[in-house]
Ligand binder design. Structure first.
Ligand SMILES: Nc1ncnc2c1ncn2[C@@H]1O[C@H](COP(=O)(O)OP(=O)(O)OP(=O)(O)O)[C@@H](O)[C@H]1O
Ligand SMILES: O=C(O)C1=C[C@@H](O)[C@@H](O)[C@H](O)C1
Ligand SMILES: [Mg+2]
Length: 180
């Protein structure tokens, strides 16, 4: 949470000329604000809506390519991890010290209500192994701005240091974006 998935995703999509989608925004557009979904229907209902939104995004047609920012807990579902097999999967790594100032004043993360630091660390302890295993590329976000992180991702994908599957066309587009 607050690792910068949405901010970096927008910057990366702009850099490489791809379409950008955000699973949280897709869920909100269809079902309303996330805290209200959690309050009215519970986390499971949110996770189901999130998995559906991601499935639709990934099966949609995106002639320019797609950068998809995922909700922080979405990949805990095996069905979603399976859907990501053939794409680049970037893990934006951040520490509590990195994210604490970014979370200040934000009330739209229902899983962090109360003891935000304790909740964030407990969530991350559970999720980190999943993120590490799923990622085809890991980037630290602590000391770089979102556009800088985006550029680093594009360069790493171009240079082949990302092990994720990708097409020649996508690599070429990224190359052009990085050089632009
Ligand atoms: N590399 C960065 N350096 C400094 N601030 C950042 C960086 N990346 C994102 N931010 C800021 O942190 C806040 C959270 O970023 P963002 O919404 O992109 O995170 P997220 O990972 O999408 O969070 P969520 O899991 O809630 O969807 C925003 O205010 C954003 O401007
Ligand atoms: O980390 C999480 O579980 C979440 C992160 C946000 O992106 C939202 O998807 C929601 O607040 C849950
Ligand atoms: Mg986000």
């Amino acid at each position: 949470m607050a690792a910068g998935k949405s901010s970096v995703g927008v910057a990366l999509a702009e850099l490489v000329g791809a379409e950008f989608l955000d699973s949280d925004a897709l869920v909100v557009a269809e079902h309303g604000p996330i805290p209200e979904i959690f309050a009215a229907h519970g986390e499971e209902a949110f996770r189901a809506a999130e998995a559906e939104a991601i499935a639709r995004a990934l099966t949609g047609i995106h002639p320019q390519g797609l950068v998809l920012a995922l909700g922080g807990g979405s990949v805990l579902r095996e069905e979603t991890r399976t859907r990501l097999t053939d794409v680049h999967r970037v893990y934006l790594r951040a520490s509590w010290d990195d994210v604490a100032p970014r979370l200040a004043g934000s009330a739209d993360r229902p899983l962090l209500h109360g003891d935000a630091e304790g909740s964030w660390k407990a969530l991350m302890d559970r999720r980190r192994p999943v993120f590490e295993q799923l990622a085809s590329l890991t980037v630290d976000t602590g000391t770089s701005t979102a556009p800088e992180v985006a550029e680093l991702i594009a360069r790493r994908i171009c240079s082949g240091s990302d092990t994720g599957a990708h097409t020649q066309a996508a690599a070429h587009r990224i190359d052009e974006g990085v050089q632009a």
